[in-house]
Write a protein that binds this ligand. Structure first.
Ligand SMILES: [Zn+2]
Length: 342
């Protein structure tokens, strides 16, 4: 049994000059994994495009057609900051298919756990539109495949990217079989993710939004995850944990203002891996989302693989956030009241 990863060169062909969500993001990660002797310890899961059936569980047909059409014509902008080129449909479809297959390998016991190094990212893509650098709702496609193809009744998605996972939330807002937890800078792009967004209909309570103020870092995240997220995960008893792993909550990320360090990220990843062992036979799959400081991204992904492999060490040459952290006790109290956490 081993730790798996997904990578495909097509993910680096989706690229746009000068854009922060660049192909270089994956090249620095792969380079780091090779230099750290991590890649040789991992099992590669090949990619294939997600099927129409898989994509249409999360997206309207018109959206899938639109991404395919614009790619076939050579690409173009889908919103002010979401580009496509001739490779984008294939890359996004293979990102989703790759995550589905990595998850399947974990559910079938062929792999212990894994991390999908995919691009474009997915957590902002809604049922009907691409936005925020994202084309398809990759992690939601994998959650639905776990349910429809493997019969899982409870899947948890933890999204620690610095931005709210509005697309994942929109896809799953009425689905009581998926617990969706997002911690994100707030107020910030994309604007959603307020405390009061908790799911709809039968799924009320299955969405947990943790809107974090600028400057909150390792201490605040430890409290929020330790006192709210982990108890909610234990209560939900997931059969699989999926993680939208964005490294843009690092204090040195150029796009955001949260104060996590690489040590804080490693603490969070290790706790999630431990919770998967405690709750669901170790079944956990990380999926790459954002992260725009290339050094942080490479080190952060390397540290997650160490946690997945069971290594105790981690690397944090950048050290802790230079800012003083604001207190999170009032947010903690509100979260506990809304979600009935004792
Ligand atoms: Zn992000």
């Amino acid at each position: 049994m081993a730790t798996g990863y997904v990578f495909d060169e097509i993910f680096t062909q989706h690229d746009f000059p000068g854009h922060p969500e660049s192909a270089n993001r994956l090249w620095v990660v792969m380079d780091h994994l090779i230099k750290q002797n991590l890649l040789s310890r991992l099992t590669r899961v090949p990619t294939r495009p997600a099927t129409q059936t898989e994509l249409l569980r999360c997206h309207h047909p018109r959206h899938v057609e639109r991404v395919e059409e614009i790619s076939r014509r050579g690409g173009g902008m889908l919103d002010a900051d979401t580009y496509t080129n001739a490779f984008s449909y294939e890359a996004a479809a293979r990102a989703a298919g790759g995550v589905v297959d990595l998850t399947a390998a974990v559910l079938e016991g062929r792999l212990n756990n894994g991390f999908a190094l995919v691009r474009p990212p997915g957590h902002h893509a809604t049922p009907t539109r691409a936005m925020g650098f994202c084309l398809f709702s990759t992690i939601a496609v994998a959650a639905r495949a776990a349910r429809f193809d493997y019969g899982l009744e409870r899947v948890a998605i933890i999204d620690f990217d610095v931005h709210h996972g509005n697309g994942t939330q929109d896809v799953l807002i009425e689905d009581p079989t998926v617990l969706f937890v997002s911690s994100h800078e707030y107020p910030y792009y994309p604007g959603s993710g307020a405390l009061t967004e908790i799911g709809e209909g039968e799924a009320r309570g299955a969405t947990v939004n943790i809107p974090v103020s600028m400057g909150v870092g390792d201490a605040g995240y430890k409290q929020l995850y330790g006192e709210v997220v982990f108890p909610i995960l234990r209560r939900f008893q997931p059969e699989l944990i999926l993680v939208s792993a964005g490294f843009d909550a690092h204090w040195n990320d150029p796009l955001a203002n949260i104060g996590l360090s690489l040590t804080g990220y490693h603490w969070l990843s290790q706790r999630l891996v431990e919770l998967a062992t405690e709750l669901c036979q170790g079944r956990i799959v990380f999926v790459l989302e954002g992260g725009y400081n290339l050094e942080v991204l490479a080190l952060g992904v390397g540290n997650v693989f160490r946690a997945l492999l069971g290594d105790a060490d981690s690397q944090d040459p950048l050290g802790p956030s230079p800012w003083r952290e604001p207190d999170v006790s009032s947010l903690l109290a509100k979260l506990k009241a809304i979600h009935n956490v004792v």
